[in-house]
Design a protein around this ligand. Structure first.
Ligand code: GLY
Length: 393
C-alpha cells in the first residue's frame, strides 16, 4: 500500500493508494477521526459493484457505528442544489452529529456532492473520499473542491447548466483509492481517466522538477497502463496524486492569478474540452457514431490537443510539444481529432458561454514547453480558432 501526504498546514491528510485500500476505512474512523463516530452517512455511486460498498459498510458497522447508505446514479443534471437539499434532510434525520463522517464511494460527481453535503451540514462535518474511477483517484477526490451545478435561464431564454458554480472548499480527512475497484470499470471509462493523467504530465515540470518525467514515463509504460496492470496503475496513481497534492498545497483556494499559475493550471484542456463535451452528437470514433456523446476524458484529450495547437499558433510552444502530446494520447487510444464539429465560431461561442453568464473573461491554459503551461487571459481569437481547427477530423 502507498500513501501520499497532502501537507496543507491547517489540515494535513493522507491519500492511501493500493489494492484493498477500502479495507482501511473502518480502522481509520476509529483511530484517526478523534473519537469513534456514532453515525456514518455513506453516499455510494450506483456504478460501483455493491460488494465494495457492502464491505465498507459492514466493517464500519462492526465498530458499533450506525451506518446509513444513500445510492446515487451520477449525472450532471442531478448534480444540483435539489439533490443536496434531499441528502441534507436524510443526514439530519439519521441523527448525524458534527463528529460523524460523510463517506463518498464513487466517481467525481458523487465525491463532489458528498463533499458539499459534508461542507454544509452543521457548517462542516468530516468527509472521507473513496474514489472509484481513475479520474476521481488522480484528481477530483484530492484537494477539497466540492459542489454542484446551477441551472440558470439567461436573458434570451436559453437554459444553461453552469458547472460547479455552487460549492465550497472542504478538504477530506482521508482519501482511500482502491486500485482493485478499477477492474470493474469498462475499458472506455478506464481510458477516459488517463486523460487527466496526461493533463498532469503536461503541467508536471512546472509544478516541480521531481514531476518533470511523467509524460516520458507514461509513454514508456503505455502498454502496461493500457492493460491496466495493477502495479503500473498503482505507480501511475501515486505519481499523479503527488502532482495534484503539490499543486493544492501551493494554491489551496485557486487564488494564484499570475501567468505561472497555481491550481488553475489543472484546467489545462478543459475550456476547449468543455465546449466539445457539450456537443451531444460527437463520437470519439468517426466510423462509430453510436459512441456519442464524448466522455469527459475524451473531450479533455481533444481539448489538450486544441490548447497545444493554440500554444503553437501563439508562439508559446514548439511543434515537438504538439507531436509529443499526440503520441502519448494515441498510445492510450484517446482521440486527437473529432469529426462533425460545428463551425469554429460556434465552438468559440460555447467556450465563452459559461464565462459570459458568470461574468468572467475567457481564460485558457496554454503550453510553453514539455510539461509546462501558463495561464493566458483574453487570448487572441486567432490562436483559439487555430486550436479548434487543429482537432477537426
Ligand atoms: N480538478 C481541478 C482542481 O481540483 O482544482
Amino acid at each position: 500500500m502507498d500513501a501520499v501526504k497532502v501537507n496543507l498546514p491547517s489540515h494535513e491528510y493522507k491519500v492511501t493508494i493500493g489494492a484493498g485500500a477500502l479495507g482501511r476505512v473502518a480502522t481509520f474512523l476509529t483511530t484517526d477521526l478523534g473519537s469513534s463516530p456514532q453515525h456514518a452517512f455513506v453516499i455510494a455511486d450506483s456504478g460501483v459493484p455493491r460488494s465494495f460498498v457492502d464491505s465498507v459498510v459492514q466493517a464500519i458497522g462492526a465498530n458499533g457505528c450506525e451506518v446509513r447508505v444513500e445510492t446515487l446514479t451520477p449525472s450532471e443534471q442531478d448534480k444540483s442544489v435539489e439533490t443536496i437539499h434531499e441528502l441534507l434532510k436524510q443526514v439530519a434525520l439519521s441523527g448525524h452529529t458534527r463528529a460523524d463522517p460523510v463517506i463518498a464511494i464513487g466517481g467525481g460527481v458523487v465525491g463532489d456532492i458528498a463533499g458539499f453535503v459534508a461542507a454544509s451540514y452543521q457548517r462542516g462535518v468530516p468527509v472521507i473520499q473513496c474514489p472509484t474511477t481513475l479520474l476521481s483517484m488522480v484528481d477530483a477526490s484530492v484537494g477539497g473542491k466540492t459542489g454542484v451545478n446551477l441551472s440558470v435561464e439567461s436573458s434570451n431564454g436559453e437554459q444553461s447548466l453552469l458547472k460547479n458554480l455552487v460549492g465550497a472548499f472542504h478538504q477530506p480527512r482521508g482519501v482511500f483509492a482502491d486500485i482493485e475497484v478499477l477492474e470493474s470499470l469498462d475499458e472506455r471509462y478506464r481510458v477516459s481517466g488517463l486523460a487527466e493523467c496526461v493533463k498532469h504530465g503536461m503541467i508536471g515540470a512546472g509544478v516541480g522538477i521531481e514531476h518533470a518525467g511523467l509524460m516520458d514515463w507514461m509513454l514508456e509504460h503505455s502498454d502496461s497502463i493500457r492493460r491496466f496492470d495493477p502495479v503500473t496503475i498503482q505507480e501511475l496513481v501515486v505519481r499523479n496524486v503527488s502532482i495534484k497534492a503539490d499543486v493544492v498545497v501551493a494554491d489551496e483556494r485557486e487564488s494564484i492569478e499570475a501567468k505561472a499559475g497555481g491550481r488553475m493550471l489543472l484546467n489545462f484542456g478543459h475550456t476547449f474540452g468543455h465546449a466539445v463535451e457539450t456537443i451531444g452528437d460527437l463520437s470519439p470514433d468517426a466510423s462509430r457514431p453510436e459512441l456519442a456523446p464524448l466522455h469527459h476524458g475524451e473531450a479533455v484529450a481533444l481539448g489538450m490537443m486544441a490548447a497545444c495547437n493554440a500554444g503553437l499558433s501563439a508562439g508559446l510552444c514548439s511543434q515537438d510539444v504538439v507531436d509529443g502530446l499526440k503520441k502519448v494520447l494515441e498510445a492510450f487510444n484517446l482521440p486527437t481529432r473529432v469529426g462533425g464539429l460545428p463551425t469554429t465560431l460556434k465552438v468559440v461561442e460555447r467556450m465563452s458561454h459559461d464565462k459570459k453568464v458568470s461574468g468572467k473573461a475567457l481564460r485558457v491554459i496554454l503550453p510553453t514547453g514539455w510539461g509546462k503551461c501558463e495561464i493566458i487571459n483574453d487570448p487572441d481569437p486567432e490562436w483559439i480558432m487555430d486550436g479548434i481547427d487543429s482537432i477537426r477530423a
